[in-house]
Unconditional design. Structure first.
Length: 333
């Protein structure tokens, strides 16, 4: 009984590492069940209502920029305070329960299984020649028009989605969870803080006239927060592919032509690692837009190439998780 108590005390003493490890396991085994309400949906509801309220007031350029800064501060404050409050209240009631709650909350910030599921939902009908279903499913995950996409274009869209979301949906949340843990804070709070900014960027961080001013602060903050984890992803994918110098060279050559300081790098490192080319002509609401070509076309994009991209993401996630947990074990406190 005494040994059991001592073992439990030791494990709980490393509760930050336990939370992160447990969250990674939950994401791998369960992911985000589609029928459950996700915290991002709640954030999205709040952001949408705020935007409608602001637009109804015709604040002008300066007013919308100030409102955009307020949107970031309000969203971050509510998100982080809510997460911290739930953890604090459950910890008052039961310390072990608080650990489980943090695991679940952090797992909801990690999109590894969800990304794999989304890719498979498109690839399964595509591989049996069911283009209409593949197009319809793809339209749920991408902003481009999908009604007339052929097989090659669908495969490119899936790989671009996988390679972009590998950074902001999988690796960056883990990065901030580990960083939060290393400074002795809740990994869930830090990951949710990043997730809030990422959600803001995905909803209002556009350069269209409607969002240019209101979404300015969200877009710039997301660029800043994603910059370092994105470069670490480039290094990681290059290392795992066995050709880090080549991947870095191709990224330095092609990625700067993308309008985003991060998504181009994320997509390009996968393109270089897999020997394919991403980018090209996309149609958005009937308007053609030419995206910069990323990588070199040594082979065609196939379902097996997309599976390799998913495997690279999973391997990178495990590498970061292992290194992060080792650092958490070394750091004092």
């Amino acid at each position: 009984m005494l040994l059991t108590q001592e073992f439990l005390t030791l494990i709980l003493g490393q509760h930050i590492a336990l939370v992160i490890f447990g969250a990674a396991i939950l994401d791998y085994l369960i992911g985000d069940p589609p029928q459950w309400l996700h915290p991002v949906q709640v954030m999205g509801w709040g952001i949408s209502n705020y935007c409608r309220w602001i637009w109804a007031r015709n604040l002008g350029t300066r007013g919308e920029k100030i409102a955009g800064i307020a949107l970031v501060l309000i969203t971050l404050s509510i998100t982080c305070t809510t997460v911290w409050g739930l953890i604090f209240l459950t910890r008052l009631w039961h310390f072990q329960l608080a650990i489980v709650v943090q695991m679940g909350m952090l797992a909801s910030c990690l999109a590894g299984r969800s990304l794999h599921r989304a890719a498979m939902e498109v690839l399964v009908p595509l591989e049996v020649g069911n283009l209409p279903t593949a197009r319809q499913v793809l339209s749920q995950y991408v902003g481009r028009d999908t009604e007339h996409l052929e097989t090659e274009e669908i495969l490119r869209a899936v790989l671009e989605t996988v390679s972009e979301n590998a950074t902001d949906g999988v690796m960056a949340p883990l990065f901030y969870a580990l960083l939060g843990g290393m400074v002795g804070q809740s990994p869930a709070v830090w990951a949710f803080g990043y997730k809030a900014v990422s959600t803001l960027d995905s909803m209002v961080g556009y350069r269209t006239p409607r969002y240019a001013h209101l979404g300015w602060a969200s877009a710039h903050l997301d660029d800043v927060l994603t910059w370092l984890p994105c470069r670490l992803v480039v290094f990681t994918i290059g290392l795992l592919s066995g050709k880090p110098l080549y991947v870095w060279r191709i990224c330095r050559r092609d990625a700067p032509f993308d309008s985003s300081p991060n998504s181009g790098w994320s997509e390009c490192c996968y393109a270089a690692a897999l020997g394919v080319q991403l980018g090209g002509l996309n149609i958005y609401r009937g308007v053609a837009k030419m995206k910069p070509k990323l990588g070199e076309s040594h082979r065609e994009i196939t379902p097996s190439v997309i599976q390799r991209a998913l495997n690279l993401t999973r391997a990178g996630f495990l590498l970061w998780l292992l290194l992060g947990l080792l650092l958490l074990g070394i750091l004092p406190g």
